[in-house]
Design a protein around this ligand. Structure first.
Ligand code: V47
Ligand code: SF4
Length: 359
């Protein structure tokens, strides 16, 4: 029989916990005990260090053929609010980010019906030329699959071409919940969970590091969350290519997902981050995305197993179009203060987690 004591004994002995044990923790409301186990796990991996980076998000277009039910960011061509940035504008934002001390640009966008694959290659080349110091973390597995469709190339060829043009790593979006019956409800047009995993696997084999996200707090059950994390843990065993796991708290405003939900609770946010820290023993980093969580929950999460805060971001659309109440940007000083006041050591990192300086 699973009890808190048996799970705790496994964690303290440094043993991997089972999916049933993770489910047992989700069913418990003993947040402080779960947080303690996560903190022990994190302390072993990262000590008191908390990583952050100075980055800027750029979303080249919000025009998207998928129109996932939870997404308040996307538009169809010609719809009010639809936009596509010119290459010059993208470069201008990247150059500004570099001038202001960023080390990374994070680029994701909609699946535009009229842009050719060459536009994305050109974007990478142009950024590399105008802002050579920036690491380019770009394109989710969903976008990579779309590029194969519009170009007629294989996944491997798309990845090679993008890497030759300057792609340095990939973000973890598009994973949502990898379980098929959930995807059928929230994003029926999106690639399957199996395909998402396959593309990420190929990216890892090509030498790209990626992250993995999990969109939670909508129609999924705790069992779905555990199944999602198990698929990631299994792939990580094989490739070792994941850097951070990032749970994304669902923001319910302006989406077509007609749910009687007001957004996730602070308790659920902290429990999910803590269980992720315990269950995903082969992930080095659990990232709190303050945009979706708010600064205060993100700060408290540092006592619940989290060791990474997303960066300065500067301009965020996906969460804010869906009602996120957090600011658009945090300054570097703001992040450092937030981490210090949680009793931790702020460590600025580059995209690949090389420490740059601590404060
Ligand atoms: O895949 C869309 C999510 C993701 C909503 O890898 C929503 O470092 C909440 O993946 N409520 C894109 N979430 C963002 C993303 C990301 C963000 C920060 C860091 C990294 C990283 C990756 O945003 C999408 C989707 O899961 N999303 N709509 C919404 N209403
Ligand atoms: Fe398009 Fe991504 Fe929004 Fe889905 S989540 S509609 S794929 S931009």
């Amino acid at each position: 029989m699973i009890t808190f004591e048996t799970v705790s004994a496994h964690v303290h002995a440094g043993q991997r916990i089972t999916p049933d044990e993770a489910l047992f923790l989700f069913a418990s409301n003993d947040l402080l005990s779960i947080g303690e186990l996560a903190a022990v796990t994190n302390q072993r991996k990262n000590g008191r260090n908390v990583y952050f980076n100075v980055n800027r998000h750029i979303n080249p277009t919000n025009v998207c053929v998928n129109r996932c039910a939870f997404c308040a960011f996307s538009r169809t061509v010609g719809e009010d609010g639809a936009y596509t940035l010119a290459l010059d504008e993208i470069c201008c934002r990247a150059a500004e980010a570099e001038r202001e001390g960023a080390t990374e640009v994070h680029i994701v966008g909609g699946l535009h019906p009229d842009l050719a694959f060459e536009f994305y290659e050109e974007t990478l080349r142009a950024i590399r030329q105008t802002a050579p110091a920036l690491h380019i973390k770009a394109f989710t597995a969903v976008e990579i699959e779309y590029f194969t469709r519009i170009s007629g190339l294989t996944v491997e060829q798309v990845l090679q071409r993008l890497m030759a043009a300057g792609l340095g790593s990939m973000p973890g979006g598009g994973a949502e919940i990898l379980v098929e019956h959930v995807r059928n409800k929230i994003c029926p047009e999106k690639i399957s969970g199996a395909r998402w995993l396959e593309i990420i696997r190929l990216a890892h084999l090509a030498g790209l590091k990626t992250n993995a996200t999990m969109l939670y707090g909508h129609v999924e059950s705790y069992a779905d969350r555990v199944a999602h994390m198990l698929m990631l843990r299994t792939l990580q065993n094989e490739t070792g290519g994941f850097q951070a796991f990032i749970p994304l708290a669902f923001q319910p405003e302006n989406s077509d997902l007609k749910l009687d939900v007001t957004g996730t609770s602070g308790l659920d946010d902290l429990k999910t981050l803590a269980i992720a820290r315990i269950f995903l023993d082969n992930f080095e980093h659990i990232k709190a995305y303050w945009i979706m969580l708010g600064e205060k929950i993100a700060q408290v999460s540092l006592a619940f197993g989290v060791n990474d805060l997303d960066g300065t971001v500067v301009e965020e659309k996906i969460g804010h179009d869906a009602g996120a109440q957090s600011p658009q940007a945090l300054t570097k000083d703001g992040i450092i203060t937030l981490i210090k006041k949680a009793g931790k050591i702020p460590v600025e990192r580059d995209t690949l987690y090389h420490p740059l300086r601590s404060f």
